[in-house]
Design a protein around this ligand. Structure first.
Ligand code: HEM
Length: 452
């Protein structure tokens, strides 16, 4: 008998502890808990985490419903409040009409034609980074995780602020790291003191935030005083006008968008690159094919032409497969404004829908032998093209799709192709890397590699 919206079935509740529900399982080992949930449930599963009702959505078609078809019913979940402390009310954390307006203002800065101009900057920065890596003592392994943090920070800075930041990045980088670390810590902590309390972590967080603010307001001020029309992302954001009202962004909004693009735009890419190098170190056959492609297509030019990178099809496949196995945004959440009906079930108003790209990307129903690294899944005409579009979502989906997705894919292709073209590399023996699911899915230790 068909169950109607008037008599919904209760969503299966996953067994948990009295009072704590599933909180401890999620805190202790979120990834293996997710796999257990996938094995034991079919469509939706009800969890109690941190005293809240949360509903994990398991099927791609239902994920599409939440993120795209019925997206207006969902807003940012309480988890974003922690990020707001340092990101402010920027694109990632804001909601409703305010978010819609900001997205409209920022979108042109990421259009295809703009990206072509930014690509030239990415190539030049990568070339000087490679030259620095070549100075490295070849007997010592390179901490490639850190090297990627440095270069992605430089690229986002150059594309966002142009040359205004030369020589000023060190303090900013460590302040952002501190804020990221403290936000992670707070998210995982069962006890959260309000930010107004002068705990040691709160004091550190405030100090780091002040450092970031003084840097960003300084750059904005300098730019306004010079009254220059610069061709970088900040220039675009400064001149962006609302179509309806003609209004421009306030300094506070500019600050929030800059910090958001800065944070969302470098750590995710750096972590993905570290995973990619780790995977390649375990798969010499894939590395060899990648090297052949980059050496053939790019040749020896120190700064290859931007158009050349469009022909790197296998490089893109490697990047996509790495993002499948280790999507930095491994879990996303949305809060339901009104009850939402999914098949015979209902997500009640005020509760949270959880979506895990990590789990969807390893669902054996869609990805045969899901733990195997196989870039040919993404070959033109290959198996990925037969799948539901929401079976693969490293950049999210619907109107809140990552605004920097094309930027990130281009950056990763450039970094990867130029790196493997320039070096032979071998893994450091006995390095056992496993995923550490913080705000992003990081390797549990720095990835090190011998570059020859
Ligand atoms: C491998 C790299 C990246 C990954 C995996 C990634 C992933 C994501 C995901 C999954 C979301 C959606 C979150 C949600 O719906 O809850 C998102 C949003 C966002 N990303 Fe990215 N991202 C990456 C790189 C970048 C870059 C390079 C930039 C900017 C230069 C950027 C800027 C943003 C912004 C501003 C948002 C918020 C968009 C909105 O809600 O309107 N990201 N990203």
């Amino acid at each position: 008998m068909e169950t109607t919206a008037h008599s919904p079935l209760p969503v299966p509740l996953h067994p948990g502890l009295p009072i704590l529900g599933n909180t401890l399982a999620f805190l202790r080992n979120p990834l293996s808990t997710l796999h257990t949930l996938q094995r034991q449930h079919d469509r939706l599963v009800h969890l109690r985490i941190g005293g809240r009702n949360q509903y994990l959505v398991l099927r791609p078609e239902d994920v599409k419903h939440v993120m795209q078809e019925n997206h207006r019913n969902y807003g940012r979940s309480p988890a974003f409040e922690i990020l707001k402390v340092f990101l402010g009310n920027g694109l990632l954390t804001s909601d409703g009409d305010f978010w819609r307006r900001q997205r409209r203002l920022a979108q042109p800065a990421f259009h295809r034609q703009r990206l072509a101009a930014l690509t030239t900057t990415m190539i030049a920065e990568t070339a000087s980074w490679i030259a620095e890596l070549k100075q490295h003592n070849t007997k010592q392994p390179v901490n490639i995780s850190q090297a990627f943090m440095d270069i992605t920070m430089r690229i986002v800075c150059k594309t966002l602020f142009g040359s205004d930041t030369t020589g000023k990045l060190d303090g900013l980088s460590s302040a952002l790291d501190t804020l990221n670390y403290l936000a992670n810590k707070k998210m995982l902590s069962p006890i959260r003191f309000p930010y107004s309390w002068p705990t040691p972590d709160n004091v550190r967080s405030k100090r780091a935030r002040m450092q970031v603010d003084s840097f960003i307001y300084g750059v904005i001020d300098q730019r306004r005083q010079r009254d220059e029309d610069k061709d970088d992302l900040l220039g675009m954001l400064l001149s962006a006008e609302d179509e309806d009202t003609g209004e421009k962004m306030s300094d506070q909004q500019l600050r929030d968008e800059c910090v958001t693009i800065f944070s969302a735009g470098h750590e995710t890419t750096a972590v993905s690159m570290a995973w990619t190098i780790y995977l390649l170190s375990q798969h010499p056959d894939v590395l060899a094919r990648l090297q052949t492609e980059s050496r053939t297509v790019l040749g020896d030019a120190t700064t290859p032409a931007p158009e050349a990178f469009r022909s790197l099809t296998y490089t893109l496949q490697v990047v996509q497969e790495s993002l499948r196995l280790y999507p930095p945004a491994w879990i996303m959440s949305r809060r339901a404004h009104n009850p939402d009906h999914i098949g015979p079930y209902t997500i009640p108003a005020g509760d949270t829908a959880l979506i895990s790209p990590y789990l969807l990307h390893r669902d054996p129903a869609n990805w045969p032998d899901p733990d195997r690294f196989d870039p040919d899944r993404f070959a033109p005409g290959g198996p990925k093209e037969q799948l539901h579009s929401y079976a693969y979502l490293p950049f999210g989906g619907g109107p809140r799709l990552c605004i920097g997705n094309q930027f990130a894919l281009m950056e990763m292709q450039i970094l990867l192709a130029m790196l493997v073209r320039s070096f032979e590399f071998t893994p450091v023996v006995n390095q056992r890397i496993i995923p550490n699911p913080l705000i992003t899915l990081r390797p549990n230790q720095a990835v090190r590699i011998n570059l020859l």
